[in-house]
Design a protein around this ligand. Structure first.
Ligand code: CP
Ligand code: NVA
Length: 309
């Protein structure tokens, strides 16, 4: 396996399929060991700084628990508790935190903040979500797909709804792993053009496929995985009404889901806005693996932290 010690996770575009595979394989091994009671602490004495400019349930708790289980420590830093909130630059914050800590996780708005943090940090920086991407989520979801479907390559994956950060990370990551990524969004809510271009290049290079459409039924037809996310992401609250209207035909409900493969699974990064992008019937149905995805945030991030820190 390839060493990724010291590597930043700014976005999956910088990661090779081999590096992604390394994290996933390590996660499979570490999860099995953990569940059988074997609990090594490779990060004993190490500290992860966690900067949050947006709220979080899963990311905060899974990273903090991951550090505890690996024998290390995590510090929660809300941006308003840091001098960052009073005008200290991201670059200076990176230079200071990386003299104390062994890794930095950040959840923020601008992708550039994550890039700057990585540029000026001596220790690995992990993107815990920006407006552009959410790579840790996709790694956890890939682990979940491997558990449920046994592979990534060739999987027909339908993303339905808003062309947002989660959608972008699926385009970047899925095409590298040889998946068929189908994206159905309303007009005006398509994924970022540069990301689509990168996805097309990766699909070409690694044997994946990327299909964009405005027709949700077309994307879902015979799919192995049906995935959605909230229609209004953090920071877009003012656009909520207009988004609700535009995305109504993209709701994942029993009718839409019935077009998928008979063994299809339903995925959602959570938090879900039930009754909007997904109905209770689907979110709580036998095909739903949404809480397995949440659990796998912990396992995949433990692998990631143990490998990069
Ligand atoms: N999926 C996810 O990142 O959830 P949180 O916003 O709760 O961290
Ligand atoms: N797209 C969502 C994901 C939340 C985990 C958001 O950015 O709010």
């Amino acid at each position: 396996m390839k060493s990724i010690k010291g590597k930043h996770l700014v976005w999956l575009q910088d990661w090779s399929p081999e590096e992604i595979e390394t994290v996933l394989q390590t996660a499979v091994t570490m999860k099995a060991a953990f569940l059988s009671g074997v609990r090594p602490q490779p990060l004993s004495g190490k500290t992860l700084a966690m900067i949050f400019a947006k709220p979080s349930t899963r990311t905060r708790v899974s990273f903090e628990v991951a550090m505890t289980q690996l024998g290390g420590h995590a510090i929660y830093l809300g941006t308003n508790d840091l001098q960052l909130g009073r005008g200290e630059t991201v670059a200076d914050t990176a230079r200071v935190l990386s003299r104390f800590c062994d890794g930095i996780m950040i959840r923020t708005f601008a992708q550039k903040d994550v890039e700057d943090l990585a540029r000026y940090s001596r220790v690995p920086v992990i993107n815990g979500l920006s407006d552009l991407v959410h790579p840790c989520q996709i790694l956890a979801d890939m682990l979940t797909i491997i558990e449920k479907k046994g592979k990534l390559s060739g999987i027909r994956f339908a993303y339905v709804g808003d062309g947002n950060n989660v959608c972008h990370s699926w385009i970047l990551g899925g095409t590298k792993m040889g998946m068929e990524i189908r994206v159905a969004t309303p007009e005006g809510y398509e994924p970022n053009r540069d990301i689509v271009e990168m996805g097309r290049e990766s699909a070409e290079r690694y044997g994946g496929n990327l299909v964009l459409t405005t027709d949700p039924a077309h994307a879902v037809r015979d799919a192995d995985v049906v995935y959605t996310d909230v229609w209004t992401s953090m920071g877009q609250e003012k656009e909520r009404e207009q988004r609700l209207k535009a995305m109504q035909p993209y709701q994942v409900n029993a009718k839409l889901f019935s077009g998928a493969d008979k063994n299809a699974i339903f995925m959602h990064c959570l938090p879900a806005h039930r009754g909007e992008e997904v109905t209770d019937e689907i979110a709580d149905g036998p095909m739903s693996v949404i809480f397995d995805e949440a659990e796998n945030r912990l396992h995949v991030q433990k692998a990631l932290l143990a490998l990069v820190m």
